[in-house]
Design a protein around this ligand. Sequence first.
Ligand code: ATP
Length: 378
Amino acid sequence: MNDLSVRGLVKSHGSDGPVLRGLDLEAGAGDLVAVLGPSGCGKTTLLRVIAGFLRADAGTVTVGGRVLTDPGTHVPPERRAVGIVAQEGALFPHLDVARNVAFGLTGLSRAARRKRVAEMLELVGLADHGRRMPHELSGGQQQRVSLARALAPRPALVLLDEPFNALDSSLRTGLRADVRAALRAGGATALLVTHDQQEALSVADSVAVVRDGRVVQQDDPRRLYHHPVDARVARFVGDAVVLPGAVEGDAGGLAATPLGAVPLPRDGAGGPTEAAESGTPVTVLLRPEQLLLRPPGTAGAVGGTVEDVHFYGHDAVVTVRVAGLERPVEVRHAGVVEVRPGDPTDLEVIGPALLCTREVAPTPAPVPGAAGIAGTVR
Ligand SMILES: Nc1ncnc2c1ncn2[C@@H]1O[C@H](COP(=O)(O)OP(=O)(O)OP(=O)(O)O)[C@@H](O)[C@H]1O
């Protein structure tokens, strides 16, 4: 079983402070785990330590129970059984596709090597491209070949470093799904580094959010989106509506907000509020899709005025001004939008708050040039 376990990893570059500061991460055998974090947070450093190109200052890396890195061990990269797919494929330009894929296949007969190359090219949908040279392939095809090359020697672990970065967005979506399918079929455990939250949420079995050299939350995509551990994670993995509120009632299950009473998360992520006295000021976070437009006068909804409508085809974002909120709130509306700027509308909150914190959030500054999204933090 090729499960990956990273424990307490520390790594500095030169005399600067550590980039990785006690990072823990787990990937079950055969899982695809996305490592998500902003630029410069240490994602590539993590991959390079796991691949063995960098020595850790402290911590352990094990794959399938085999120690690759610990205080007394540094298995060299070529003996780690780790496959790598780099940002731009990094194919050998002077070798054709079949030879690129065959590159790491040592110790096999010629016939066995040819068979494995054919299997891998079939797996990535390029069965008849073996004789092409890398420069004769599109960017997406080059990434497929790179994946085939990484999977060919049956690695225990595949590391993918922002492999879709250089591709345009329509190609990325299709390729992501294909890469995920190929990884599943290949059975390897995989780590995918990305700073694209949609990519992480859509392809991974679990997502590890890296901040300040540590994993601050690792969860399956739905749990991460709906139960982030704190407001920064909430905002990093999606849009959030931020509302001022006050705990309502002594049981602490509701917060009074300008959008009405919002049920609060009870435990774990979101923070228990049972101990908070009625009236305690809090900040409540919701996802924009928890707000629904309702006809004026709807029972249980609050009234507002449409400020702007941004149409995106598959949905529209409607900004609504509500009494008691300094800035309009953003509502993501699927289907036909019938309201126009200036129309009265009601708003209803669906489901419990994503998070409730006792910090009173500063009102976010308006983003220059971004029409009408104030009150919502991206
Ligand atoms: N070889 C190096 N020598 C010195 N500093 C380095 C080296 N490699 C990376 N760093 C620094 O370590 C920090 C983390 O870099 P890293 O490339 O791991 O981040 P990242 O999360 O992968 O970023 P990006 O998403 O932009 O690729 C950065 O501040 C970077 O400048």
